[in-house]
Ligand binder design. Structure first.
Ligand SMILES: Nc1nc2c(ncn2[C@@H]2O[C@H](COP(=O)(O)OP(=O)(O)OP(=O)(O)O)[C@@H](O)[C@H]2O)c(=O)[nH]1
Ligand SMILES: [Mg+2]
Length: 291
């Protein structure tokens, strides 16, 4: 049988569940998920391999009106995903209104290939809400197949996976068949640390922090990791460290436990807090940090 392969790229507003969906389709936790918006900052590939198919999924940052240069880079990552998609997945959540989703809809309309619009989080509503939403979104994007979904609880996830594989064009694999992502271990370690920062720190702190993994030495029984937490200002450095270093110790403990589950060995994690003034606004600094 001929081999099928293609790109299925997921776009949507912040916090609608794009990363949760990518993990659900892959059947494992690859990308970070958090109740706070703007969790995902990059386009990240998750690769689903079968004997006769390779589904290359893209997670993307939530679509927003850029407030600073990092946001602009994030939106470029979204737009890039519109260029190579074989199938576009537009994710919205129950209760979201199309009149207030022009950023997402204009991109979806610009894409001329096959598209699916998924109404996520239907576990949080009743039948009337769901029927209403399906009708509403079918009218807003008539060319898309509109389907209800709960990425978190697995409703329609296997059906979606089968449908997407069905839609793939005949093509040789794009990546080696044992690859799970285009990103390396260092990237996922930095993301796991960032996920804990999103959970434990308030207000602007998570949005002002960049995590840089400088070394990652994997041994049989112990993995040694050194990472810098780059803040925009001195005052933020103080908050990150906390009184007597308490906040940073808690972050280190929680991040280490998450990384241990991921790498499967004990982990020694050394975190240093640094300041790189206004790194989020500066094109050269953003480039250095992988944006
Ligand atoms: N009730 C419910 N919650 C969900 C569902 N899918 C995702 N969530 C929750 O929604 C929140 C955001 O999920 P993410 O997957 O991080 O959303 P995202 O679209 O990737 O967000 P950004 O990366 O910030 O744009 C998390 O708290 C998830 O647990 C769902 O099907 N039902
Ligand atoms: Mg995300």
């Amino acid at each position: 049988m001929a081999h099928k392969a293609g790109y299925v790229n997921i776009i949507g507003e912040p916090n609608v569940g794009k990363s949760t969906l990518l993990n659900a389709l892959l059947g494992q936790k690859l990308v970070i998920v958090n109740p706070k918006a703007q969790t995902t900052r990059h386009r990240i590939l998750g690769i689903l391999n079968g004997d006769d198919h390779q589904l290359v999924l893209s997670d993307t940052p939530g679509i927003l009106d850029p407030q600073y240069r990092m946001h602009e880079r994030m939106m470029e990552a979204v737009d890039e995903a519109l260029l190579d998609a074989d199938v576009l997945v537009v994710l919205v959540e129950l209760g979201q209104r199309s009149e207030r989703s022009e950023n997402v809809l204009s991109r979806a309309r610009r894409f001329k290939g096959p598209k699916v619009l998924l109404v996520n989080k239907v576990d949080a509503g009743n039948d009337d809400d769901i029927l209403d939403a399906l009708e509403h979104w079918s009218a807003a994007l008539p060319e898309a197949k509109v389907v209800p979904l709960s990425a978190l609880h697995g409703l329609n996830v296997q059906e979606l996976k089968a449908y997407l594989i069905e839609r793939l064009p005949e093509h040789p694999p794009y990546f080696p068949k044992d690859d799970l992502s285009d990103r390396n271990m260092r990237f996922f370690v930095s993301e796991m640390i960032r996920e804990k920062i999103l959970t434990f720190y308030k207000q602007e702190i998570p949005y002002s922090t960049q995590v840089v993994v400088n070394s990652f030495e994997e041994g049989e029984a112990l993995t040694k990791i050194q990472a810098d937490l780059i803040m925009m200002r001195e005052s933020q450095k103080g908050i990150m460290i906390g009184e007597g270093g308490k906040a940073l110790r808690k972050l280190g403990t929680e991040a280490r436990a998450a990384i241990e589950r991921f790498v499967g060995t004990k982990v020694f994690l050394d975190l240093k807090v640094k300041v790189d003034p206004e790194w989020r606004e500066d094109a050269d600094k953003l480039k250095k940090y992988g944006y």
